[in-house]
Design a protein around this ligand. Structure first.
Ligand code: DOR
Ligand code: ZN
Length: 409
């Protein structure tokens, strides 16, 4: 495969060159003879990596599964996704970890990895399964993966390999409970207390900790006091707010952590320099389930476009997008063949039209959930073609081909 006349960042500069992909790997960058696909007018990004998706498989496959979820990933410009453990059964034992590997191998049409889940007593399972990453929920959310006591948190923090990312959902269970009793919603303080707790425990155990979906400027900075903290942002805390979107979306606005105030949303933009990665936190629920109070938003098919739109509005630079959505996730999770356009890397390329405007409509999406909190938004910047290990899998913004996904984590 030759991608001709691709415009992309190479060593910090924008270049226009051909990209040669052989046997799934990038083998040359320059000028090549022969048939190819013309990328003229499009911008090439490394195939994006989403470190935070909930593909619901097994157990809740009416909401999403490894097939529909990975198709949604491709449509959104992602060539690799890392799946969260709050499925049914949860990915907290050797058995369920293996079971999910079998399912993913059969159904995934982009590359993937699986995060293991921490419980209050699965220390031996973690040791036996030897996962490369683990998720620990300090506050209750979808599923029942709760580790809310300091003893168990500390035990996981000290026994899980120190340099492997331990992902924390930082909302303090006890604080959430108190807030609920006082009928004041899930205030920001539950996150700040949990970030403080996790950060201090990470510092004490000298370990890498990865804070999922940090929602405020202050939370980002509290996390970053410890040098081995990694911080993720999710799009909804940057593009939606309680005041702006809470009313519009009604029950559909429910998400953990909850949408923050408009002032906090704006402030979070000021923290982006310190943020390590973007996770879509693709958490699909059907409309019917949303009406019954399920928490979470789909995100795979809108996240990149929202950031491209922000780029068009002068709010963010392209290198930030490339770094936080490809290079850094690859580095953090040890995906050595991913995240860059360069010789020796996998031939994963996302071609976007930076100027094309389009209207978001869930009817056009691959996700099974059938709705999006961004319905009707007009965005400038669109995924046009995607290559997965040299295969053209998205063309003209539509999934056109399926190749078997490969496990990378
Ligand atoms: O709103 C949420 N939904 N927050 C989470 O942490 C989990 C997610 C889900 O799996 O539905
Ligand atoms: Zn999540």
């Amino acid at each position: 495969m030759i991608i001709k006349n691709a415009k992309f960042y190479l060593g910090g500069k924008v270049v226009i060159k051909d990209i040669l992909i052989e046997k799934g790997k990038i083998t040359g960058i320059g000028k090549f003879k022969g048939e190819g696909i013309d990328a003229n007018g499009l911008f090439a990004l490394p195939g994006l990596i989403d470190p935070h998706v909930h593909l619901r498989d097994p157990g809740l496959t009416y909401k999403e599964d490894f097939h529909s979820g990975t198709r949604a990933a491709l449509a959104g410009g992602f060539t690799t996704v890392l799946d969260m453990p709050n499925t049914t059964p949860p990915t907290t034992t050797v058995k369920s970890f293996k079971q999910k590997q079998v399912i993913a191998k059969k159904k995934a049409v982009c590359d993937y990895g699986l995060h293991f889940g921490a419980t209050k007593n699965n220390f031996n399972e973690v040791k036996k399964a030897k996962p490369n990453s683990m998720k620990l929920c300090m506050g209750k959310t979808t599923g029942n993966l709760l580790v809310d006591d300091v003893y168990s948190i500390l035990k996981h923090f000290s026994s899980f390999p120190k340099e492997k990312p331990l992902i924390v959902h930082a909302e303090d269970a006890e604080t959430l409970e108190a807030i609920e009793k006082m009928k004041k919603g899930r205030a920001e303080i539950a996150e700040k207390i949990a970030v403080e707790k996790a950060r201090l425990l990470a510092e004490q155990t000298d370990r890498v900790v990865y804070f999922a979906h940090t929602t405020t400027f202050e939370a980002v900075h509290l996390a970053k006091i410890w040098k081995k903290s990694l911080v993720e942002v999710a799009p909804h805390y940057l593009f939606l707010s309680r005041e702006k979107d809470g009313k519009r979306l009604g029950k559909f606005s429910k998400v953990y952590p909850p949408l923050r105030s408009e002032a906090e949303r704006r402030e979070l933009w000021g923290a982006l320099y310190f943020v390590d990665s973007v996770g879509s936190d693709h958490a699909p629920h059907t409309s019917q389930d949303k009406k019954k109070s399920s928490a979470g938003f789909p995100g795979l098919e809108t996240t990149l476009a929202l950031f491209l739109n922000a780029y068009n509005e002068g709010k963010i630079e392209l290198p930030w997008i490339i770094n936080r959505m490809a290079e850094n996730p690859a580095k953090i999770f040890g995906l050595n063949s991913k995240g860059r356009i360069g010789k020796g890397y996998d031939g994963d390329i996302t071609l976007v039209d930076l100027k094309e405007g389009w209207k978001v409509s869930a009817d056009d999406f691959e996700s099974k959930c059938g709705w999006t909190p961004y319905e009707g938004f007009t965005l400038k910047g669109r995924v046009k073609k995607v290559f997965l290990r040299g295969n053209l899998v998205v063309d003209d913004s539509k999934v056109v081909k399926e190749v078997k996904g490969k496990r990378v984590l």
